[in-house]
Every structure is written in C-alpha cells, then in structure tokens.
Design a protein around this ligand. Sequence first.
Ligand code: PMV
Length: 327
Amino acid sequence: MQKISVWAPSNIALIKYWGKRDEDLILPHTSSLSMTLSGLGTETSVEAADQDQFVLDEVVYDIKTSEASRVFYIVDLIRDQFSLSENLRIETKNNFPTAAGLASSASGFAALVFALNEFFSLRLSFEGMSRIARQGSGSASRSFWGGFVKWERGEKEDGSDSVGRQLFAADHWPELHMILNVLSEKKKPVSSREGMRRSVETSKLYKSEWLPKNEDRVDLAEKAIQEKDFSALGRLVEENALLMHATMEDASPSFSYLAPESRKLIERVQKMRSEGIEGYVTMDAGPQVKVLCLQENIDVFMDMLSSESLIKKTFVSQPGVGPKVMR
Ligand code: PMV
C-alpha cells in the first residue's frame, strides 16, 4: 500500500460542546455548531512500517506516551473493525501551535481518520468518519465539512447518531471572519476532559443555564447564519463562550483557562463594540481569544490587535473548505 497524505481543517465552535454524557464513546450532553477555519489545519500521512510509529510536528513520540496512545486508540478501533493488522507510521503536522487551545485535536483526529480511510480504501462516508473521529476528540466530529457544521447530540446509547452534519457551505457567508489571537503557547493546566467533568458534576450554572438551553442556542445560531444576521450571531457566540467559562469558575474546585491578557482583550473588543465597531469574542479550553467580525472591520481590528503587546501571533480565517487528499 502506498503512502497517503491528507489535510483536514480546524474548526472553532460558535456554540460550544462542553460536557460528556458518555466519557468512553465521547457523547455530548448538548449539540454544538462550528465554523470550519480556512487555512488552519493538520497534514497527516500514513504509511506501512515494521512497527507502529507516531511523529508529531517532527518529534518522534514513544508509542507509550499519552499523545501516541490517543492516536493509536483510534487506529486500533479501525484496525479491529475492518480486521486489519498492518503496522503504521503516522506523521502529523499542525500549521498552528499544538495543544494551545486552537483546536489542534479537531483537525488532528479528522485528518487521522480521513488518512486511514484513504490508506486502507475503506470507503467510509464523511458521517461514518465523523463517528470514529469523535471518539478521539469530540470537536473532530465537526472537521469533515467546510462552512458551518452541527454536531448532533444524538439520542442512541451506542453513539451511532452522534455525528457531524454540514449546515451551510463555505461560500454561504465569506464576509464572516475569525481572528485567532495567540496569547500564550503554554500547555493547558487542566485537560478539557477533566474540565468538562468538573463543570458537569459540580457547577449549578451548568445544570440551570447550560444543559436546558444549549439546544435552543444551536437552533438560534443556525437561523442567524442562514439570515446572515451578524449581530444576532455575535451575541449568541459571545454569551455562549462566557457562559462556558463561567461554569468552570462555578465548578468545585474552581478553575479557569483564561489568562489576565485574555480578560484584557475581551474587554478591549467589548469597548470597541460600544463605540460602534462590531466584533464578538469566543474562547475555548485555553487562554486564546478569537474575535468574530465582518470583512469591513478586519483592518480596524487588525490595527488594534497589532498594537496590543500581549499578542504573540494572529491568524485570520474565513469559513473554510473540508478535508482533502494531498497525494
Ligand atoms: O474536542 P475536545 O475534547 O478538545 O473539546 C473541545 C471543547 C471546546 O473546544 C472547548 C468546545 C468545542 O466545542 O470545540
């Protein structure tokens, strides 16, 4: 079998996934909705080898490390399901900082499953690949399509209906932009798995404000995207991100992924909005702050952001396309 290389995009949730109802199968308590990012993602190659090997960003990982084990857990799911026994060398590279809260696990697991599907000629549908990638990292279930994608919560205990689905293609709303600001490249202090568990098990806010209302928020965000109503979408996006972070502070023991620089930047964007320059923030399980804005305001935001000495790197994305085979 020939070496295969693929690319898969990253995605940022506009309405977040936070909390699992099944930790082994990675089944969420609520649905989520994301924008696929143009230009940011993971390139992964798969080839036959004498023994299993894992290389991430040009570093060879011992097969027993947690990074390699997470990858080979998914490889084994596929090898078992299709009765395959080949040893593999998996080489993967992100074009943005790994594990710093810029959704590298979403594009990483999507690229892995997409590459294995090509390498073994499995002919899985995108939905079928989404179902498998979800078990590596929940957000990966949304990285198989361009544009705007919903990860359906699903109802079944075996998770077969908990998959991604495209709502709108990338060309539906090209004026929408996401500016990703890297404030810190340190590894997160609490894994998202542990963080979710704490919010689910101990936060009152999670029970009263998150669980009963997120399905409606996903529907409202879908409608706002359909109507290209930027103000309605922006308000939902920012409220949802702040609520997710509030469930962490409300948890016991309380925790936060936000750094003092993150809070400064959030306030800066909110102040600009009060002055008529419309942008909204969203943050994931890390200190990075992403700004959602329209094309017409990109230059003003970039000027503001480049004057902020706290920012290490900035990436600008629009709704991007889905995964592709490189060779
Ligand atoms: O895919 P995971 O397990 O890294 O969880 C990611 C969760 C958030 O990024 C915080 C939200 C989301 O929906 O992507």
